[in-house]
Design a binder for this molecule. Structure first.
Ligand code: ATP
Length: 239
């Protein structure tokens, strides 16, 4: 269905056991679109990405290309082109950089494709190329985050789900990472759904924004409209 958005979430609810975290979430991401979800600690941002990527169950509906894929497994979502960069640097710390990327590419057709893709991401992240035989656990925080992103990109996703990739990183590193992501997104048409507390930088690369407050979408709109809204600016941008 060419007219349908890449990702469409309708009336989504999710939580953990008896604890319900998300309520009636509506959200869409278009092909190639960059969308950011802002919200305070505990608003449910991570839970949202977990539900969308199939790591936890949910109520309501998730559609990809107009097709219902509710409660699919993570590998099924990956097959449909959704790839998650989990919070806290999703690397396999005991494996070296190159093997981490290989694991990310297991869905690709053959060894040659995997090698091509590894070369591609080494080109985008030269610091990873220099450390290809280094064990991931000994990389700096910023390098691990680069690796987590490159690993998630190895499957050639159409939508990259990023869970607070700025967390715990120096501002300059974060800026560099965001710029790289923006370039990747524009050049390969990869859509982004980013969950962030760093509103300032996220608004720079996002076209649209959702504001999550205690498990609900409190408001949504264009990044420009969010910058112009005084209340939101003070609460999330601090000026
Ligand atoms: P942060 O920015 O602090 O990471 P968040 O917006 O990503 O916050 P979530 O991690 O989605 O928020 O958490 C939402 C709520 O769900 C919190 O109250 C949290 O305590 C709760 N929660 C998260 N994981 C679990 C779990 N495994 N079991 C029970 N409750 C959980």
């Amino acid at each position: 269905n060419a007219a349908a958005p890449l990702l469409e979430v309708r009336g989504l609810g999710a939580g953990y056991g008896q604890v319900s975290v998300l309520h009636d979430i509506d959200l869409t991401v278009g092909t190639g679109e960059a969308v950011v979800v802002l919200g305070a600690n505990g608003a449910g941002k991570t839970t949202l990405l977990r539900a969308v990527s199939g790591l936890i169950g949910h109520t309501g509906e998730i559609r990809v290309d107009g097709q219902v894929v509710s409660n699919a497994r993570p590998d099924q979502m990956l097959d449909r082109g959704l790839s998650l960069v989990p919070q806290g640097r999703g690397t396999l710390t005991a494996l070296d950089v190159e093997d981490n990327l290989r694991v990310g590419g297991t869905a690709l057709a053959n060894r040659g494709e995997v090698d091509d893709e590894i070369d591609r991401w080494f080109g985008v992240f030269p610091r990873l190329a220099e450390r290809r035989k280094q064990v991931a656990g000994t990389l700096s925080g910023g390098e691990q985050q680069m690796l987590a992103i490159a690993r998630a990109l190895m499957s050639r996703p159409r939508l990259l789900l990023c869970d607070e990739i700025s967390l715990g990183l120096a501002p300059l590193i974060v800026q560099e990472l965001f710029e790289t992501l923006r370039t990747v997104s524009v050049e390969s048409g990869t859509a982004l759904l980013m969950v962030e507390q760093n509103a300032e930088l996220a608004l720079d690369i996002a076209a649209r924004v959702y504001l999550l407050e205690v498990g609900e979408v409190a408001s949504s709109g264009t990044a420009a409209s969010f910058r112009e809204n005084n209340n939101i600016r003070q609460a999330y941008l601090g000026y």
